[in-house]
Design a protein around this ligand. Structure first.
Ligand code: ADP
Length: 386
């Protein structure tokens, strides 16, 4: 493998060709690595940058297995992948980064929480239930009380599969789930950690995330987070500990809550590049994608030094528009100092679809946030069709 390392004779497979897959492939192409992507959508974001597009369902055993057979090493850009196929490929000697066993654990929010408790890592109280009946029994016996947060153990994303249950009138989600105490959240922050096979770990600076009330999607990612030095050190220390305790190689994005008393609690993790790391492309010496490639290829990890303060804004499809996309105000937006526009190449928009992001670099977060207001005013994702 080593002689193939950064040449076109190395075939790297990426499971799913969304924006994160596209960004990783763009990075790999700088080294001339031959890239393969598996995605059901022929018009996926990665399609126009990947060396070899393979059509297939990432949740289907046969599709994932056949894809793995074509490449020298494999990684993924989303969690919802067929684990059995990955495990079979691994048992047959394919290098898969991160390890499928870690993915299997992280796919299940209940197992994730048990892991934190076992390793004495701070997280909110929780319990796992099989069905609604068990919740009702727990409520009757006093073991559980309103309000609580119900989360599907598997398959949730962007707030789908999470419900705040305030009382009897909130209907419960169906499926295996876990229940958490409602945290009185002051801020939501994230740290992305990277680890290579030699055990070297580097963390990106903590970022602060703000959410859109209507969509639950991350609206802005602010770097550095407006938290105390002690809090950012604590979050980085925890990130270092978590990735090391998973013994994982690759990238781990860790989302934390800071509660009103200042406690830092682990919410959840994702073993892949992450929305909260988009700014790293423009504002950190080594981007999250470059770092992941280094980890995958067992190279020394790169500097996570901040080049500039930044705010990242997700560019979402404007409500009321669905169809072939155009970007209104693109030129005006480009005239704003420090603005970097990233478009994912999705052909059609729909309300709140993630179509791109904008990173605004500035000497101060305050100034970047002012510019965010201008960007929001001028740049809109629309369609000629309604
Ligand atoms: P997803 O995997 O869909 O991103 P999360 O577990 O991150 O799900 O939850 C989505 C959002 O719900 C969080 O960003 C947070 O705002 C809110 N949330 C989740 N868990 C809790 C909790 N225990 N207490 C209060 N709010 C929560």
């Amino acid at each position: 493998m080593i002689e193939k390392l950064v040449t076109s004779s190395l075939k790297m497979g990426v499971i799913a060709g969304g924006q994160l897959g596209k960004m990783l492939i763009q990075e790999a192409s700088r080294w001339d690595i031959t890239t393969y992507v598996l995605d059901p959508d022929e018009a996926c974001s990665a399609r126009n940058v990947v060396s070899q597009y393979v059509k297939g369902d990432v949740r289907n055993f046969d599709d994932v297995y056949a894809f793995g057979k074509q490449v020298d090493l494999l990684t993924f850009e989303l969690e919802d992948v067929n684990i059995e196929a990955l495990q079979k490929l691994k048992s047959e000697g394919l290098k898969i980064v991160p390890d499928p066993d870690i993915l299997a654990l992280i796919q299940d929010k209940g197992l994730q929480k048990e892991f934190y408790v076992k390793h004495n890592l701070p997280t909110s109280d929780f319990a796992c239930y099989e069905d609604e009946e068990q919740i009702k029994e727990a409520l009757d016996s006093g073991a559980l009380a309103y309000p609580f947060v119900q989360k599907l153990r598997k398959g949730g994303y962007d707030g789908h599969g999470v419900s705040v249950v305030k009382g009897e009138n909130t209907s419960l989600l169906k499926g295996a789930f876990m229940v958490e105490g409602l945290v009185d959240i002051e801020k939501e922050i994230a740290v992305i950690a990277a680890r290579n096979a030699k055990g070297e770990v580097r963390c990106f600076p903590a970022v602060e995330m703000t959410f859109n009330d209507e969509t639950n999607l991350v609206e802005e990612v602010i770097c550095p987070a407006n938290i105390t030095d002690a809090q950012s050190k604590e979050a980085e220390k925890l990130a270092h500990e978590i990735i090391s305790k998973f013994h994982m190689v690759g990238l781990l994005a860790i989302e934390f809550f800071i509660d009103k008393s200042g406690n830092i609690l682990i919410n959840e993790v994702a073993p892949r590049p992450h929305n909260s790391g988009h700014h790293t492309i423009d504002s950190i010496v080594t981007s999250q994608l470059k770092q992941l490639l280094r980890a995958i290829l067992d190279l020394p990890l790169g500097s996570t030094q901040l080049i500039s303060s930044s705010v990242m804004l997700n560019l979402l499809g404007e409500p009321g528009y669905e169809g072939p996309v155009y970007y209104e105000g693109f030129e005006e937006c480009m005239a704003i100092e420090g603005v970097k526009i990233h478009l994912y190449g999705k052909k059609s928009t729909r309300p709140f679809r993630k179509m791109g992001h904008v990173t605004i670099l500035s000497d101060s977060v305050e100034d970047a946030l002012e510019k965010v207001k201008e960007v929001k005013k001028v740049l809109k994702v629309k369609s000629w069709e309604k």
